[in-house]
Design a protein around this ligand. Structure first.
Ligand code: DHB
Length: 393
């Protein structure tokens, strides 16, 4: 088999790339090790930046998101049992975010891709990337029946997540990896419960971080900071609600509305960047090249921004036979990636209780929050990063 662009990974980066290439008249094939049901059922974050919502709408991929997603024009921050409302729309000249879960985005994009006649091979194993230093790279894998398959391509994209083969296909001596592992994780739940507050609340109170988010008027998403080594068995429902209450309560009689928890899990927090994001005819996109801690929900948005930059570069390569944008791909992406890393790290640091921090640092984090109350410039900077800037052209 042969195609123009072979994409490893059917996540946000791979799917948006395939859609945008299709619109530019460029053929792509996606390989994915998980089943379609697994891809469409994995619970992740759910905040889409302003430009991404506009782009999905403009690409004809936003109909269900516009119907079922929730617009948020502000967020609430909380510490010392008090809340601060940040009016992001007002601070940013009209921009907002949309809460629409990542797996719903993937469902919409997979359905649209298949309806367009696109090819996605799910459930493949042993994917290997070959000869990216030549102008004839290719992919091999085993299909569901165990048969070896081969795809010859002009270009290969590793959009295959942190653990995929994409990044490993850049020789270790040719890449630098930057990493920070945080000494806390997030316990996330989904609960059948009514809304407790009209916008997302990011709190640092009591034992540390809590986030009140939502999925629908009947289903709420909440997270609390926990020990990353904890097994979920150490967190019976009653303990989760007690911690959420302690971290989200205020002095004005507000009550958290509880309900049946029907999904829970613990994730570790890390920051990671691989430089460069390209090698020969291989390009990395999304989690294969960079991970952010979830505070601020930048992961999906950064991944799609990579796909936008790469699709423009490939379009220029095929249309004008110019590789200038492709050659600059890594540098262009990394300028945006590092700002996303900085924002996610700053939000994480300010909003969590870190046992390794001194009382001095704890005071600094609270001063950072208080600055948002007293300085419009500080509030505007946070709001601008939160609603997100479009990828540079
Ligand atoms: C959600 C996740 C986040 O990491 C965040 O910052 C906001 C919302 C969510 O899953 O709803």
């Amino acid at each position: 088999m042969r195609t123009q662009v072979g994409i490893v990974g059917c996540g946000p980066a791979g799917l948006f790339l395939a859609h945008r290439l299709h619109r530019a008249g460029i053929e792509a094939v996606i390989l994915e090790s998980r089943s379609r049901a697994e891809v469409e059922g994995t619970i992740r974050a759910g905040v889409l930046e302003h430009w991404l919502v506009e782009m999905m709408t403009e690409m004809g991929l936003g109909a269900r998101m516009l119907r079922e997603g929730h617009f948020h024009t502000g967020i609430t921050l909380q510490w010392n049992r008090q809340r601060l409302h940040l009016d992001m729309e007002e601070l940013t000249g009209g921009r907002k975010v949309t809460v629409y879960p990542q797996h719903e985005v993937l469902r919409d994009l997979i359905a649209a891709r298949l309806a367009d006649g696109g090819t996605i091979h799910f459930g493949v194993s042993g994917t290997a990337i070959h000869d990216v230093e030549t102008d004839r790279p290719f992919l091999t894998w085993h299909d569901g029946e165990g048969l070896e398959r081969r795809l010859d391509c002009d270009y290969v994209v590793g959009a295959d997540g942190f653990h995929g083969p994409g990044r490993q296909a850049i020789p270790a001596a040719r890449r630098t990896e930057y990493q920070k592992v945080y000494p806390f994780g997030w316990l996330g739940i989904l609960a059948h419960a009514p809304l407790s507050w009209p916008e997302l609340i990011y709190a640092n109170q009591g034992e540390g971080f809590a986030l009140l988010s939502t999925r629908s008027p009947e289903v709420q998403r909440m997270y609390i900071q926990c020990d990353p080594a904890d097994g979920i068995a150490r967190w019976p429902d009653a303990r989760i609600w007690a911690e959420l209450r302690a971290r989200l309560e205020t002095d004005d009689g507000w009550v958290l509305r509880e309900g049946e928890i029907f999904q829970k899990g613990i994730i570790p927090l890390r920051s990671f960047v691989c430089e460069p994001m390209q090698h020969g005819r291989l390009f990395l996109a999304g989690d294969a090249a960079h991970i952010v801690p979830p505070t601020g929900a930048k992961g999906l948005n950064l991944a799609v921004a990579d796909a936008v930059v790469l699709s423009r570069a490939l379009a220029e390569r095929y249309r004008d036979n110019s590789a200038a944008r492709l050659d600059a791909y890594s540098d262009t992406c990394l300028r945006r990636v590092w700002k996303g890393e900085r924002f996610s790290w700053a939000m994480t640091t300010m909003l969590h209780r870190n046992a390794q921090d001194s009382p001095f640092e704890r005071r600094i984090h609270l001063a950072g929050l208080d600055l948002l109350r007293s300085s419009r410039a500080a509030a505007t900077a946070l709001a601008e990063s939160y609603v997100g800037l479009p990828p540079e052209d």
